[in-house]
Design a protein around this ligand. Structure first.
Ligand code: ADP
Ligand code: 5GP
Length: 181
């Protein structure tokens, strides 16, 4: 499972991974966050209402969930269980809180933290993406510092400096692991 600060390039890397390793299943999270321009329902996220998200929690349909920057995000359990039962590896792109929940429920999950080359570069990428106003950007950078302080809890740390090189390292980790969220 892949975690790391907002803007570090997780989404970009996961899309790259899906191209390189077509047998990988990529988990599509449910979220109460509104879609950004270009995001597609069912592809980038399953966009749901607050009521629907509460129902998913109560029905036990989420493997983990967390509140991140004022919205709720969670991993639908069924696709993950189905893929693992079929012997497929699954990639979850989640935040550090979610990574801790998965770790306690699925001790053999492989946890990978994606790090930025520097905090300055992280800020540059967030600004370049252009999806956050200044207050939200500051909040994401402060959270990034806390998340990166937890690197010892991860099995692997990959620096997303050059996109292709970082994708190569992820492929090597996944190919070397018997079971992968
Ligand atoms: P996340 O999913 O972690 O929030 P994104 O995948 O949306 O991050 O990436 C944030 C921004 O950084 C995007 O504009 C993306 O194009 C850019 N980006 C991602 N990886 C790299 C990289 N290795 N070098 C330069 N820019 C990158
Ligand atoms: P964004 O709004 O930028 O797409 O994502 C914000 C944060 O939510 C990121 O840190 C991302 O990893 C996290 N996130 C996305 N999906 C999930 C999920 O299913 N569970 C958890 N715990 N976090 C998620």
């Amino acid at each position: 499972m892949i975690a790391g600060p907002s803007g570090v390039g997780k989404g970009t890397l996961v899309r790259r991974l899906a191209q390189r390793l077509p047998r990988l299943r990529i988990s599509v999270s449910a979220t109460t966050r509104p879609p950004r321009p270009g995001e597609r329902d069912g592809v980038d996220y399953r966009f749901v209402s607050e009521e629907e998200f509460s129902r998913l929690i109560e029905a036990g349909e989420l493997l983990e969930w967390a509140e991140v920057f004022g919205h709720r995000y969670g991993t639908p359990a069924r696709p993950v269980h189905e893929a693992l039962a079929a012997g497929q590896d699954v990639v979850l792109e989640i935040d550090v809180q979610g990574a801790h929940q998965i770790r306690s429920r699925q001790p053999d999950a492989v946890l990978i933290l994606i790090e930025p080359p520097s905090m300055e570069e992280l800020e540059r990428r967030l600004r370049e993406r252009g999806t956050e106003d200044d207050a939200r950007l500051a909040e994401r950078l402060a959270t990034a510092e806390r998340e990166l302080a937890e690197r010892a809890a991860f099995d692997h740390v990959v620096v997303n400096d050059d996109l292709e090189r970082a994708a190569d390292r992820l492929v090597a980790i996944i190919e070397g692991s018997p079971s992968t969220p």
